[in-house]
Design a protein around this ligand. Structure first.
Ligand code: PLP
Length: 280
């Protein structure tokens, strides 16, 4: 048998997120996106949801100290080129994550860039974050974030701005920037009356609009997770923040174009759109 030569490790990304038993969103979408982007994915599990294409019927949370221990175990041994958050469930978990990230060097002024996707509810409206945790998100995680990636529903919950058009999208970006992240991405995917899906990126001085054609599909489960994970994968590979966001936008547009039906409800976007099935 031919000896195997030294193999270079791929970039590493860490997701701090909840499990979706239906496999369409959450850490399952994150890990599939990392893999499809050529990145080794590590995971700190926050909660386990009971979920299918019709909705979330419940979840259990992991102890906050177990969430923190997973982050520390991964970063102190394997390391990470970038990290992201998804479903965080509670204020106690957010508090533990903020402390662990601070300790291991994850954050906007630390070596490991930090993408905070402020997941609050599923697209069916099932809560994934206790209302009492919103303040912890705003005051503990946002000031540490390299980038925050809210959709219009999350903008309303976090800063009370109703995003209906480009002007209110800009106003939302300004209000979110005041909470302390280095960059804000206000996603426009939920503005369904617009034929073009425009996300707005803001760094405190410059607004950049990222347009993509709107895809007519009912199957958009996991879209937000997939975009934040593609951005995180690009950051783990050394991309600049604006390049990583542009990559994430292109990546999620393809994923929505390849979304597929599953179950009786809402099907998932496809994070593995560029991987062809391998004949066995
Ligand atoms: N379930 C989990 C565990 C998630 O993390 C998320 C989103 O981050 C969702 C469900 C909701 O996904 P969607 O809003 O695309 O239905």
């Amino acid at each position: 048998m031919a000896p195997v030569g030294p193999v270079a490790a791929p970039p590493v990304a860490l997701t701090i997120a909840g499990s979706d038993s239906g496999g369409g969103a959450g850490l399952q979408a994150d890990l599939r996106t990392f893999t499809a982007c050529g990145v080794h994915g590590c995971v700190a599990v926050t909660a386990v949801t009971v979920q299918n294409s019709v909705g979330v019927s419940g979840f259990v949370e992991l102890p906050p100290e177990t969430v923190a221990a997973q982050i520390e175990a991964v970063v102190t041994d394997i390391g990470a080129g970038a990290a992201k958050t998804g479903m965080l469930a509670s204020a106690a978990i957010i508090d533990a994550i903020a402390k662990a990230c601070d300790k291991v060097g994850i954050g906007r002024t630390a070596p490991i860039p930090f993408v905070v996707d402020p997941v609050s509810a599923s697209m069916h409206g099932d809560p994934l974050l206790h209302e009492s945790a919103l303040d912890a998100l705003r005051t503990k995680l946002f000031p540490m974030a390299t980038l925050v990636t809210p959709n219009t529903d999350e903008v309303r919950l976090l800063v009370g701005v109703e995003v209906t058009d480009r002007a209110s999208q800009y106003a939302a970006a300004r209000a979110l920037y005041e909470l302390g992240p280095a960059w804000v991405l206000v996603k426009g995917g939920h503005l369904r009356h617009e034929p073009v899906c425009v996300d707005v990126l803001y760094d405190g001085s410059t607004f950049t609009e990222l347009p993509a054609p709107r895809v007519d599909t009912p199957n958009t489960h996991g879209g937000g997770d997939t975009m934040a994970s593609a951005i995180t994968a690009a950051l783990a590979g050394g991309a600049s923040l604006p390049d990583a966001v542009a990559y994430g936008k292109r990546y999620v547009t393809k994923a929505v174009q390849h979304a597929y039906p599953l179950g009786a409800g809402v099907g998932p976007v496809s994070p593995f759109w560029r991987i062809s099935p391998t004949p066995v």
